[in-house]
Design a protein around this ligand. Structure first.
Ligand SMILES: [Zn+2]
Length: 165
């Protein structure tokens, strides 16, 4: 599977590695018994650019609570993985957002999602002004970029070209 590339609001690129993609897609709610799932996005800024690559994600783990329309993430266990990646990468891999699944073809954030995303922008520590929020629907994966100054969530378009500009 190829990585996916989205165009950020500042025109630079957000790449989701095939590894991260495959791990998230394993939780697609394509069966009515599968619960919502989610985790955090671990990425790094590409040197001399605003481009970001999401290399790794966390998946549901002990302490999380899963239901078909609800996912609650225990902060501690996901934070441990984040801390470990940060150390192993020499301080380049960092928290860049969150992902979760929805049992609908084309995912649309719920009011709870928006509130939660706003809380992440307010409370979480991260570099830059934005965090990324991925929702994995049954047929489509969508990415929103949230800005901590404006609290606007912009739906990002997939970049079809592979140019480096
Ligand atoms: Zn949701």
């Amino acid at each position: 599977m190829k990585s996916l590339i989205f165009r950020k609001s500042d025109e630079s690129k957000l790449e989701i590695s095939s590894h991260a993609l495959l791990r998230m897609l394993a939780f697609v709610q394509d069966d009515r018994h599968k619960p919502e799932a989610g985790g955090i996005l671990i990425g790094r800024y590409i040197r001399n650019s605003q481009d970001i690559v999401i290399d790794e994600i966390t998946v549901p783990m002990a302490g999380d609570r899963w239901q078909r329309f609800y996912f609650w993430r225990s902060r501690q266990s996901h934070q441990q993985i984040l801390d470990q990646s940060w150390l192993e990468s020499g301080g380049t891999s960092t928290y860049v957002g969150e992902w979760h699944t929805h049992p609908e073809n084309i995912p649309i954030p719920s009011d709870t999602d928006i509130k939660n995303w706003q809380a992440r922008l307010k409370k979480d520590i991260f570099s830059g002004d934005t965090l990324f929020f991925i929702i994995i629907g049954i047929k489509f994966l969508r990415v929103w970029e949230g800005n901590k100054k404006t609290f606007i969530f912009e739906l990002l378009n997939e970049s079809t070209s592979n140019d480096s500009s």
